[in-house]
Unconditional design. Sequence first.
Length: 334
Amino acid sequence: MAVAAGASASRTTRRICSLAANMAPSLNQFRYFCAVAETGHFGRAARRLTMSQPPFSRQIGALEENLGAELFERTPKGVLLTPAGRQFLAEARNILLLIEQARRNTSAAGRGDMGELTVGFTMCAAYSVVPMLTRLYMAAFPKVTRRMRELMPNALERDLKEGVIDLAITFPGSEAPDLQTQALLREPLNVVLPHDHRLVGARRLKISDLAGERFLIVPRDQAPSLHDSIVLRCQAAGFTPTIGLEVYLQQTIVNFVAEGLGVAFVPASMRRSQIKGAVFKQVPDPPMVDQVVVRMPVNRNPCIPGFLTTAAGLTAVRVQAKTAVADLQLRSSR
């Protein structure tokens, strides 16, 4: 008895669900109704939608029955909207528009054309590649909401792993196997001197001229590749640099140099800081610093590939420009 009663209840539930589903107008019925309203004729509307007229007319009849109102006034020459039909036409068009927008938005989000992207970067990148890269990405993906965060290198790696940011533009050096990197920029380091330093007037400054100077440098645990590039290049020039101060931020290093606290190597792009009292000098065969874009492969944000493609394009343009300059210099020297 209990089994029979349960089976009967289950059949009743399925029947109620079926009736409820049948009572709700379908999207196709919305489209059919709009086609009739726009053409004023069942036959023309059916032909527009490549349907035969009898089933088309039955769908409109079923829609009117579900709504409990006549939507059209039938005439020998076609149909006219009733007051209820005019009201329903406005609602139906809005619903179809929302459905189409949802479809387009979902598709765009899947392609990375819209959505949200959070990018973290170092101060060095802020003075070099980030402004142009951001402008190019905004032009290519204007509907993506971008959030840019300037952080220390260690904080960038932490926030990347915790999902706070989607991408990090930083120095290479992390050995974490769960990170992927893409080369972005390589630039030389310039020497920064106080404005009254004895070497400011040197016509051709060499790295060996800096032996015995107090150096301001980023701590190795913050940016090992930048730190090592400076130390190794000095050692190749015949001396190990004397570390006067370890300073986290490159702009702060330049400020401290301007106050006479020592000398430093900083990325050439830091010239843009235009800090009074600091003099930038080029040296032959300078230390180099790389900037890379880092991501977590498990992060499936669809906006990431578009940003990486934009970054790769910018890198390629820079490489081509440097090659062209080198070729021109080679031809001029012949």
